[in-house]
Design a protein around this ligand. Structure first.
Ligand code: PLP
Length: 371
């Protein structure tokens, strides 16, 4: 059976050019701490990749600190920044949402029912702040709903109050135009495996002149901001992925058309029993977060899996119980829908034939299970 992969917000297929590059670097004993030939070569691979990351994000004025993931990048910042207070939105990815350093006060900014961070609530939080030693972290696009966040406006409000702004740009990169200078972010987290690069590589971007204490201490790699022998092959692959990402962005026009087809067909089939979240909100062109009323997400996932289609749930299964999506709960969605949401996330590699198959499987399932 041909497997259809519609879970590209979880991870993407590694690009052939990335594999070629990584294979080339894996042939050599590369450690950039060494002073010999291979040390210099490792440095070249890493610095070339750094240039590509900067180029992709218009981040010439940013330090790029390579690490294992976007999760590590965000943790490094939250743990290692000088801020005494951190404001995060209710819809942040777990990598930010779960990171609550003991010595820092963390507060949550509310979200509107359209999936967008509530700017009025942010303003209320900011009014109460007297010490400018604070950090605000809001993602560029939500990984479940795809909803784009007003990050430029947030950044402006934060700076007016003297604070610093961090943006988790993981899901936006490559899918929509994204420019760090335009956002005016002080920090950003990025992950290679969401843009056809390897897993286990990410970076923290930090405006030049700012500082952060390392999360991982030891050697002096990455200007003492992240210790440990560097993942040269992974970083080289990340650089290669950045190169192809810019070229691929125009392909998302077609991805958007495929999503429109998928959404209009499932609405035709299931009518009022289906709810597409953030449908009217500016969102990523590839993401469809949809719920079939009172039909739990796991049952739907299993049915798609049996039919060779990979999608994911917006809900986490813990100790045998299905907990509804935290993101949907924060948007005020009731449990009849929040426990039955599945996420379909497309990529330029997906085809109309694959979407047609998805619709067929949806339709058969709906007819079988409708009450
Ligand atoms: N931020 C967002 C919005 C994500 O979607 C993810 C991954 O799912 C992460 C952060 C974490 O990225 P990584 O897998 O590199 O830790």
């Amino acid at each position: 059976m041909q497997i259809i992969y519609f879970d590209n917000n979880a991870t993407t297929k590694i690009a052939p050019q990335v594999l070629v590059k990584m294979n080339e670097t894996y042939q050599m004993p590369l450690n950039n701490s060494a002073v010999h030939y291979f040390g210099r070569l490792a440095t070249k691979f890493i610095e070339d990749a750094r240039k590509e990351v900067r180029k992709l994000l218009n981040a010439q004025n940013y330090e790029v600190i390579f690490g294992s993931s976007a999760t590590e990048a965000t943790n490094t910042l939250f743990q290692g920044c000088n801020a005494k207070k951190i404001l995060i939105s209710q819809i942040e990815h777990a990598s930010a949402y779960s990171c609550r350093p003991h010595e820092k006060e963390v507060s949550e900014i509310k979200v509107l029912d359209n999936g967008v961070v509530d700017l009025e609530d942010l303003k209320l939080h900011l009014e109460k702040i007297s010490d400018p030693n604070f950090l605000v972290s809001v993602m560029f696009a939500n990984n479940e709903t795809g909803a784009l966040q007003p990050v430029e406006e947030i950044s402006k409000l934060v700076h007016q109050k003297g604070g610093l702004f961090h943006c988790d740009i993981v899901q936006g990169v490559g899918k929509v135009p994204l420019d760090l200078e335009k956002i005016n972010a002080d920090f950003a987290s990025i992950s290679a495996h969401k843009i056809n690069g390897p897993q286990g590589v990410g970076a923290l971007l930090m405006r030049k002149g700012l500082d952060v204490k390392p999360l991982i201490v030891g050697g002096k790699q990455e200007k003492s901001k992240r210790a440990g022998t560097m993942n040269t092959a992974g970083i080289a692959g990340f650089g290669e992925a950045c190169k192809i990402t810019t070229a691929k962005i125009s392909e998302y026009e077609n991805v958007k058309k495929l999503r429109a087809l998928l959404e209009s067909e499932i609405k035709k089939i299931s009518g009022d029993n289906v709810k597409i979240f953030c449908e009217e909100t500016p969102r990523l062109p590839n993401t469809c977060f949809v719920a079939l009323k009172n039909c739990d997400a796991q049952t739907q996932l299993i049915n798609f899996d049996i039919n060779g289609i990979c999608v994911s749930a917006g809900s986490a299964c813990s100790s045998g119980t299905v907990a509804g999506s935290r993101i949907l709960k924060s948007m005020g969605v009731d449990s009849a829908f929040s426990t039955s949401a599945i996420r379909i996330s497309l990529a330029p590699e997906n085809t109309k034939e694959e979407v047609d198959k998805f619709i067929k499987v949806w339709s058969e399932f709906y007819e079988r299970t409708k009450k």
